[in-house]
Write a protein that binds this ligand. Sequence first.
Ligand SMILES: [Zn+2]
Length: 86
Amino acid sequence: MRFLMWLALGVLVLFAVRKKAQNLARPDQPSQASAASQAEAGAAATSTGSAESMVCCERCQLYFPASEAVFKENKSYCCAAHAEQS
Ligand SMILES: [Zn+2]
């Protein structure tokens, strides 16, 4: 019988933790963990930002997002100046 009591307690704790995790996953939910969820959202934004493909400048070997690249003769450059200089 004692074992059952501990089992019930364990299940309760498990449910409480799951509920807390669900609250963290919802940033619009006002809760005591709003700061933590904001940090999580920031981390998600950062990870999506880094998911953008990075290209290397042919001249200075600097890595930068592909959306900022200057292309010339099928080569990528960090700026128009480096594209002109090569
Ligand atoms: Zn460059």
